[in-house]
Design a protein around this ligand. Structure first.
Ligand SMILES: [Fe+2]
Length: 317
């Protein structure tokens, strides 16, 4: 008798409660036109709806971020996606932990669970499709064969259009409390950290090495959004395009150690960053990633230019 093996993608860790995706982020800036210009040139699909900008990427129409107008650039909230059957258990968990449920902020149409984290950041957990990847992102590197030209003409180079959001890095006043809150309440899992300085967390139902990360600062704030691209050439082409549009400041090309991604960060008009990221490590739902505490010199980058002096400055402090 022939055994038939059905292929079922491992994208749900059974018997454990955790969000599956970072669905979207929301922040405010003083100048929406500047945001539309920056993120549009970065390669995202920016559209206006009412008094907001919506940010999508090339792989799907999913809205990864929304931007409204505010007195200064400031992170507003993260919205996490969960499986429908997990919402009630999440509500029970909040109750058991004594975490107060809040009304959605004005202007948000939502029936999700709203509450605040250890730093008073607003968080939503809602029923949503799993938008974190179910497998490692495709990454390609092409080498020409003998007698072939490896590089196309510069005039024929393509713009870079990131495929999806990979992660968001927030500043926190207490990295250990961040790890505790996001693992105990949201069910994320610690991928790696470096003492009290930085921590990376992944989703238990399969996600990139980090869907959120936290870096130590004296106040909460937002450091960067990271956008997935498929090749080192796309990172370089994106960075070169941004340079030509007046966004020369940033950091890269380099390669991270924790997460392993190739990167180039472009500084936005408010001093935070958007990162072109390629080939980030992936943690499947059936993998127990061996999280470690890494020395500072082994936790940041393997190679790349010197880090700009103000790279880790918290402009929201
Ligand atoms: Fe990053």
């Amino acid at each position: 008798m022939t055994e038939i093996h059905g292929f079922i993608k491992a994208n749900r860790r059974p018997g454990e409660l955790g969000v599956h995706s970072l669905d979207h982020f929301h922040f405010v800036v003083p100048d929406l036109a500047a945001a539309q210009n920056f993120y549009g040139e970065f390669g995202l699909n920016v559209s206006a709806r009412g008094d907001r900008l919506l940010m999508a990427a090339s792989a799907s129409p999913h809205v990864w971020g929304t931007i409204a107008e505010g007195p200064r650039k400031k992170h507003q909230f993260l919205s996490f996606g969960a499986f429908e059957e997990d919402i009630e258990p999440f509500a029970n968990r909040l109750r058991e932990m004594g975490i107060a449920r809040l009304d959605p902020p004005t202007g948000e149409e939502s029936n999700g669970l709203w509450f605040r984290d250890h730093d008073n950041n607003l968080i939503e957990v809602k029923v949503a499709p799993k938008v974190s990847p179910d497998e490692k992102s495709v990454f390609s590197i092409q080498s020409a064969g003998p007698g072939e030209r490896g590089q196309s003409y510069r005039s024929q180079m393509h713009r870079t259009y990131p495929r999806r959001l990979s992660h968001v890095l927030l500043f926190t006043t207490d990295v250990r409390k961040a790890i505790e809150f996001y693992s105990r309440v949201l069910g994320l899992r610690l991928s790696d950290h470096s003492g009290d300085n930085i921590a990376f967390l992944h989703g238990i139902h399969g996600s990139d090495h980090h869907m959120v990360a936290f870096a130590r600062s004296d106040a909460p704030g937002h450091h960067h959004f990271s956008w997935d691209v498929g090749a080192i050439d796309e990172i370089g082409a994106g960075a070169t395009h941004m340079l030509g549009k007046g966004f020369a400041r940033g950091w890269g090309l380099g390669r991270h150690v924790l997460g392993s991604n190739y990167f180039h960060y472009v500084r936005d008009p408010w001093g935070s960053y958007s990162e072109y990221s390629a080939d980030i490590d992936y943690v499947p739902s059936n993998c127990d990633w061996p999280s470690g505490d890494h020395a500072p010199e082994d936790s940041f980058y393997a190679w790349g230019p010197n880090v700009p002096e103000d790279f880790a400055h918290n402009h929201e402090a």
